[in-house]
Design a protein around this ligand. Structure first.
Ligand code: URA
Length: 244
């Protein structure tokens, strides 16, 4: 059971203070009866709650896929930079979302945003070995020895990387740039950039296109975001996704 004012504040009807006023004004009903007590207890999944005559659909957890643009940081709050949470705008604030892991300020692509802490924890746990797929544009031409070094594990000084898969997609001699795909199962700070540095290459552009079962869908342009589909949510169930 939950207090009605909490349910309404968590479904975007306003601050606690605002929803209390709504309740006092007789705008809220539970199972067909107007209630005026903001401490009224409801079962948000079973009771029929309406506000301003509209059904209130309560969920504890929210899941969004963002195609992160460049220039914003993977944090919830920051004094200097715009964050991925600022990017969504104030309408989403009540969901208390946070990014699952980090992409660098200049990295684009798939970022999961949720308020489900245990799910985030499991997706980020090294033990889970969730694979992450990146498209990287790098300087120079990728060689077989680079591919072998990625497969073997690279010594980055403070740690040795898990075996990863580097695929050379295309080389442009004019620009001396290679388009590559990298699959890693960990996610240390600047990991992909540091791995290329270790074989003498610089990452010029980096985009994440996959994380575990989630892929960056074609319909999501850079900067766009949407809620996960039911199929996508289903695919996360083994990592501890909860609907309610
Ligand atoms: N590796 C990096 O170097 N940067 C990212 O943003 C993600 C992986």
């Amino acid at each position: 059971m939950m207090r009605i004012d909490k349910v309404l504040a968590h479904t975007g009807y306003g601050t606690r203070k605002q929803v209390r006023q709504m309740i006092k004004d007789g705008r809220v009903s539970v199972n067909g009866e107007i209630i005026r007590n903001h401490g009224f207890q409801v079962n948000p999944y079973e009771d029929e709650i309406s506000a301003f005559g509209e059904e209130v659909y309560y969920r504890k957890y929210y899941y969004f896929l963002l195609n992160k643009p460049e220039g914003i940081i993977s944090a919830t709050e920051d004094h200097i930079h715009e964050t991925v949470i600022d990017w969504l705008g104030p309408d989403f604030a009540y969901m208390e979302l946070f990014p699952v892991g980090r992409l660098d300020i200049d990295t684009t692509g798939l970022l999961l945003l949720t308020n489900n802490g245990p799910l985030s924890h499991r997706l980020l746990s090294p033990k889970q070995e969730v694979s992450k797929v990146y498209i990287a544009l790098v300087t120079g031409e990728v060689t077989q020895s680079d591919i072998d070094a990625f497969a073997k594990g690279l010594d980055l000084g403070d740690f040795v990387t898990q075996p990863s898969t580097l695929t050379a997609e295309e080389y442009s001699p004019d620009h001396d740039l290679s388009l590559t795909e990298v699959v890693i199962t960990e996610g240390k700070f600047h990991q992909v950039k540091r791995m290329f540095e270790a074989v003498g290459k610089t990452v010029v552009q980096l985009q994440r296109v996959q994380m575990g079962p989630l892929t960056l869908s074609e319909d999501l342009a850079t900067g766009e975001f949407r809620e996960l589909t039911d199929e996508e949510k289903e695919s996360l169930r083994e990592y501890g996704l909860i609907d309610k």
